[in-house]
Write a protein that binds this ligand. Structure first.
Ligand SMILES: [Zn+2]
Length: 107
């Protein structure tokens, strides 16, 4: 287990999120509440249950998955690069959330 890293916490009053490129995947998921699937769908995260290096994620459309924490994981890269094709219809991700994500910057 790696020691807890220090992150710059986004100010909740700001409309925009800014994350460090090296942000921990679970931290990103907890803040953004969106999950990029391999086929390019952007799902909404209903709940995330973190167990040290693994997290159990429940999506709004009912899918459940377990992910390993990694800065270099596919999901982290997809989130940073915004490589999603479209939001999952069954998750019904609200527009404001998508908008907020679009305005999120990684530096
Ligand atoms: Zn979904």
């Amino acid at each position: 287990m790696s020691p807890k890293k220090k992150f710059k916490h986004p100010n909740s009053n700001q409309a925009k999120y800014t994350f460090h490129k090296k942000s921990d995947l679970f931290y990103l998921l907890k803040k953004i509440k969106l999950w990029p699937s391999r086929v390019g769908l952007l799902h909404g995260i209903k709940s995330i249950d973190i167990n040290s290096t693994y997290a159990d994620i429940l999506l709004h459309c009912g899918h459940q998955l377990t992910v390993k924490n990694s800065k270099n994981s596919r999901a982290a890269r997809w989130l940073r690069n915004k490589w999603m094709v479209e939001p999952c219809k069954r998750c019904a991700v609200p527009d404001w959330k998508l908008e907020k994500y679009r305005n999120t910057t990684f530096k």
